[in-house]
Write a protein that binds this ligand. Structure first.
Ligand SMILES: Nc1ncnc2c1ncn2[C@@H]1O[C@H](COP(=O)(O)OP(=O)(O)OP(=O)(O)O)[C@@H](O)[C@H]1O
Length: 601
């Protein structure tokens, strides 16, 4: 249980009550929108009701595209395919089974389940194998093409190029379908709005920024991305269900690549990453299109294309960016970022320290093609030891750290942590064994704040809420010490991209310490730091090892190594040249020769 004292965060009471007020904003806006849309059919003409019903269904799709592209950073053209599958599942069920309440329920279930199954397959293909965001976008391009071809090949089952028409639908009037579309849009947008303001959403942004770092914090980027793709495919399918009922017609174009591209354009024009921008943008553009495209079919496309190019160049954040800029100039529009209050987490009981080594490396060898980088490496490290790994440039130190923290890295020999083999384990599963790794180049999430980065580092211990933001951030005492000693505790609400090099290094160290690892791997943690910062890091490492944590430190600063190490391992040309106490290594003739460039393997 977190201890409520000492509270180190900013005591920003007015800002906090404003934050609480802003938390209720989505519900107030959704309530007002629902009431306005409920009464709207009474004042709109039939044409407007008809068109806006379709526009609102498309806006649901825009929300899903925005979550994937604007927040998770995956540009997708595939939402049209999931929408089409949902619409076709509904149309086929209603055509061939009938529209009784029971079959309607079956149609609804199919319209969500079928796109989710396809979404799971697409997500797996896109993200499972260390693929890039570009690869995912290409698959999202191919999906609507494949789905459309399947519809064309479906013969009379799918109606081929004519689609399916005239099936029985929900017993609603035009106004009823308008209200149903409005209800789904308000519910989906509200759920998305609550999610994007939650702690769990920070994980999506972190994956977008730096998925490798996420894996080393124990998160599974690919699982997150596959889950998001699957859920949003289901939401697109639900929109397809409403569309099929409201229009009583489905056609291959509804699942097509062109429609998928239009969705992306609408989201870009509305302002990706803003949620309300894409919703309002989609409704406005689709409504305008319905009004203008009949009279000006070619000119309309030209206008839309020109607007797209102009917005991309002049307003990369879309029309929502314009609104945001104006809003920010208003006195009440300036938002003060609020950081959670820091509290000390209660110390976790240390696993009984046995005499057995915590880290055991046996006969490890690693090659890149014909280049042998590591050979015959045998090292054992016990709890509480701080072992420095030194050696000239290119000796293989970073490669060894990589082999220790990623069991999928191809190498021969064996590595075990706490008796468990790491063979085949992905970095996030090695984190679960109690390993924390700090990279050579400070690796933090540039779109997030200091507090967000620390929050993600606590994800293996404290679940990230998908519906809200935590008001407190509980960290182990050692992580609090790093923050306090480096002044980061006063910069919790600061975006990390504004931090200095030394502050980023300290933040990454605090993140690794926040994982509460048993074994900590540090690659040049003092590179580019001032003397005072180096002293701080040395003090933190001494405290950690005093508490029974084992540490492996790659370091070029030999004075620093001498001061804090309990043992030094010297690597030279991929081989273990010496493994001894500080005195043994410092006084070794061999080490002097290696560093003067005189020893050759
Ligand atoms: N991905 C790679 N492909 C091919 N060779 C690589 C790769 N990564 C590292 N190497 C080579 O492996 C050798 C060891 O590199 P490594 O980065 O592990 O050394 P290091 O001791 O950490 O060096 P430094 O102190 O400069 O960081 C070098 O010769 C390097 O060129």
């Amino acid at each position: 249980m977190p201890d409520d004292a000492p509270a180190l965060g900013l005591a920003a009471r007015p800002a906090r009550s404003r934050a609480r007020l802003s938390r209720s904003a989505p519900f107030v806006v959704a309530g007002l929108a629902a009431v306005a849309l409920w009464v709207a059919p009474a004042v709109l003409d039939t044409f407007a009701v008809n068109v806006l019903t379709r526009s609102m269904i498309y806006a649901v799709l825009a929300v899903t595209v925005d979550l994937l592209w604007g927040f998770a950073g995956v540009l997708t053209f595939g939402q049209a395919a999931f929408f089409g599958v949902g619409a076709y599942a509904t149309a086929m069920a209603l055509t061939y089974l009938g529209a009784t309440p029971e079959w309607m329920a079956v149609a609804l279930a199919l319209s969500v389940a079928a796109p989710m199954a396809l979404g799971l397959a697409v997500g797996w293909l896109s993200f499972y194998h260390r693929s890039t965001a570009l690869y995912a976008s290409v698959i999202s391009l191919v999906t609507p093409i494949v789905v459309t071809q399947l519809i064309y090949s479906g013969g009379e089952w799918t109606g081929s190029s004519s689609g399916l028409v005239g099936f029985d639908v929900l017993p609603l009037e035009l106004e009823g379908f308008f209200r149903l579309a409005a209800l789904v849009l308000v519910a989906v947008t509200l759920a998305a709005w609550v999610f994007v303001r939650s702690d769990a959403e920070r994980a999506l942004v972190a994956v977008r920024d730096n998925d490798a770092r996420c894996a080393y914090l124990g998160l599974s980027p690919k699982r997150l991305q596959i889950a998001l793709t699957t859920v949003l495919a289901g939401v697109a399918g639900l929109a397809g269900f409403v569309f099929a009922n409201a229009s009583s017609v489905v056609a291959p174009e509804n699942a097509g690549f062109l429609f998928g591209t239009e969705l992306v354009i609408w989201v870009a024009l509305g302002g990706r990453g803003t949620l309300l921008g894409p919703v309002l943008g989609t409704i406005a553009i689709d409504y305008l299109a319905a009004n203008l495209s009949g009279d000006l079919p070619f000119l309309w496309q030209l206008l839309l294309g020109t607007a797209f190019v102009a917005v991309i160049i002049l307003l990369p954040g879309g029309l929502a960016e314009l609104v945001r800029r104006v809003w920010a100039r208003l006195p009440f529009g300036r938002r003060q970022a609020v950081a959670p209050r820091l509290v000390a987490s209660s110390p976790r009981p240390n696993a009984a320290v046995s005499g057995a080594p915590l880290l055991k490396i046996e006969n490890l060898a690693k090659s890149y093609g014909s280049l042998t980088v590591l050979e015959n490496i045998d090292i054992e490290i016990r709890a509480g030891e701080l072992v420095s790994l030194v050696g000239p440039n290119g000796a293989g130190k970073t490669t060894l750290m990589r082999c220790l923290s990623d069991g999928t890295e191809p190498f021969s020999g064996a590595v075990s942590i706490g008796g468990a083999s790491t063979a085949g384990l992905t970095p996030n599963r090695i984190v679960a064994l109690g390993v924390g790794r700090k990279f050579q180049v400070a690796s933090v999430f540039e779109s997030l704040t200091v507090a967000d980065c620390l929050l993600l580092a606590r994800a293996p211990h404290d679940r990230l809420s998908p519906i809200g933001r935590a008001e407190t951030l509980s960290l182990p005492q050692a992580a609090l010490d790093v923050l306090r000693m480096t002044g980061l505790d006063r910069l919790l609400a600061e975006p990390t991209r504004l931090l200095s090099h030394g502050q980023k290094q300290a933040l990454e160290l605090a993140m690794v310490v926040a994982l509460e690892p048993r074994l900590i791997l540090l690659d040049e943690p003092t590179a580019g730091l001032t003397k005072a910062e180096r002293t701080t890091i040395g003090a933190v490492l001494r405290t950690l090892t005093g508490d029974g944590v084992a540490a492996v430190l790659v370091e070029h600063d030999l004075d620093f190594v001498r001061q804090i190490s309990s043992r030094i391992v010297v690597l030279h040309q991929g081989r273990l040249a010496l493994d001894g106490t500080v005195d043994e290594v410092v006084n070794s003739e061999l080490v002097r020769t290696i560093y003067s460039g005189g020893a050759h393997g």
